[in-house]
Design a protein around this ligand. Structure first.
Ligand code: OOG
Ligand code: NI
Length: 475
């Protein structure tokens, strides 16, 4: 580029770049996997109906600026093979304001990867576009067969998953602190290439089969030119309706919805998916010709997001889920029945969730609160201010993922092969070293969000009155 004049070339906001990228990914995936487009239509219909029927939900979403984001909301997932690839991905996502949040160890579920999710972090950024990418790194070290490990490593070391232009634009964004509109558009186009599907494999069928026999996921990660996006997930307001609606549109969903059961106050995350497609691919023969074969990797998923839980709430969630699974193993009933039974112990009103310290809330002033803050001012405890109709509370949406659910989603798309092997322990430190950055703690982020919302309210309310001991304690 010549005469790149920073003065006249103002940077495009990261939120805008992320929104463009999310759009481009969705358009590409719709083209590649038509069932995804079908699912998008179904979700749009279900969401419109939910908003029509549930006035409280519409009010809550309108009030928290959550309404606009929903139709455009989705997450994707990719799997990479080397530390270097992960390192560059972190830099690529940073250009769009996406940061690594939370560490997920999937090795305990027999899946030789560990993961994080790249996503926006601040409330305003989430509300503009919450696009996230669940990103897994292969742990070749967990594979016992040394010859296979070496062969896989060699294939991975010889591929470059980023275009030269993408790498140059990442460098430029880092050096300048952003990208202008023209560069940003090119960046999106180039970044998209990394996540595109390739029908031609990097390897021959023999090596593919060996990798596949070790674990299907290893074959998926190693065999191709890049980390093709393996699913893109729209957010629905009523996952039960989508689960029922899928077969009517010729889509075959997995048997159970992952996560908590249906509730009046949704918590965390519920997810379901449709089975991965068997797709025609070509393997590279020694004589340079292509040999036809097939590969199963890409699927569709839908999710419903609920309120984020505090550490106490999360512990209760994990306990009840463990209880359910233990019950299933002991043959005490079906998974669905036992899940509902166990979760009867999880309070299901926002009031209880708050007073028992199980979930995170965003506080704001009611109209009455705003009026009071303009005239006399007031102070008090959170309980008192809520009761007096001065404060209102809304759920803080869970923006992250659940390892047990993720394992269930992985498994449902892996078939039986290899899923039985249990690999070893988590290694967040190794993951962060590869990433070249620390992973953010999701619980700390939610706690900060809640605290900031409360502090804002209390400050406004006390502008006209002296701050009381009680109010600052409540904060
Ligand atoms: C990722 C599976 C995890 C989710 O929504 O929990 C995931 C993968 O299959 O690569 O996307
Ligand atoms: Ni997913």
């Amino acid at each position: 580029m010549t005469n790149d004049n920073i003065q006249t070339n103002a940077f495009l906001g990261k939120n805008e770049i992320r929104a463009q990228f999310s759009q481009a990914m969705s358009a590409m995936y719709k083209e590649e996997v038509p069932a995804y487009g079908e699912l998008m239509d179904l979700v749009a219909d279900v969401n419109a109906a939910s908003l029509e029927q549930d006035k409280d939900l519409r009010d809550q979403l309108t009030h928290t600026d959550g309404l606009d984001r929903i139709t455009e909301e989705r997450h994707g997932a990719i799997r990479v093979g080397t530390e270097k690839e992960l390192f560059t991905l972190r830099r690529l996502f940073a250009v769009m304001g996406m940061e690594p949040v939370s560490y997920y160890d999937l090795s305990v579920a027999g899946i030789p990867v560990h993961s994080t999710a790249f996503r926006p972090v601040d409330e305003v950024d989430l509300n503009q576009n919450p696009f996230r990418i669940f990103t897994s790194l292969l742990r070749l070290e967990l594979i016992e067969d040394e010859a296979l490990r070496v062969a896989a490593q060699e294939v991975l070391d010889n591929r470059e998953i980023f275009t030269t232009a993408a790498l140059n634009l990442i460098d430029r964004a880092e050096a300048q602190g952003g990208l202008n509109a023209e560069d940003a558009t090119q960046f999106v186009t180039e970044a998209l290439e990394t996540f595109r599907w390739h029908t031609k494999a990097n390897i021959d069928k023999e090596l593919y089969n060996r990798l596949h026999d070790e674990h299907r996921l290893i074959a998926d990660i190693v065999s191709f030119h890049g980390p093709h996006i393996n699913h893109l997930t729209p957010r629905t307001l009523d996952i039960d309706a989508v689960q029922v609606g899928m077969p009517q549109r010729g889509i075959d969903p997995k048997a159970v919805i992952e996560g908590p059961p249906q509730r009046k106050c949704p918590i965390l995350l519920r997810q379901t998916s449709f089975k991965a497609l068997e797709e025609k691919v070509f393997f590279k023969q020694a004589d340079g010709k292509w040999e036809e074969g097939s590969h199963t990797a890409r699927f569709g998923e839908i999710e419903q997001r609920g309120i984020a839980l505090t550490p106490k709430g999360r512990t209760l969630y994990d306990e009840l889920l463990d209880e359910t699974r233990a019950g299933v193993r002991a043959g005490e009933g079906t998974y669905e029945d036992l899940l509902v039974e166990s979760f009867a112990a999880f309070p299901d009103t926002y009031e209880e969730l708050r007073t028992e310290g199980l979930a995170f809330f965003r506080y704001s002033l009611t109209e009455k609160g705003v009026e009071i803050s303009r005239s006399v001012g007031v102070s008090g405890t959170v309980d008192g201010l809520l009761e007096a109709g001065i404060l209102r509370m809304d759920p803080i949406v869970y923006e992250d993922f659940l390892p047990v659910s993720a394992a269930g989603i992985f498994q449902s798309n892996l078939g039986d092969g290899g899923a039985g092997i249990v690999y070893s322990n988590p290694s967040q430190a190794a993951f962060e070293k590869a990433l070249g950055a620390e992973i953010l703690d999701e619980l700390a982020l939610y706690a900060e969000l809640e605290q900031a919302s409360l502090t804002r309210c209390l400050e406004k309310l006390s502008e006209k009155s002296l701050p009381s001991q009680e109010a600052s304690e409540a904060a």
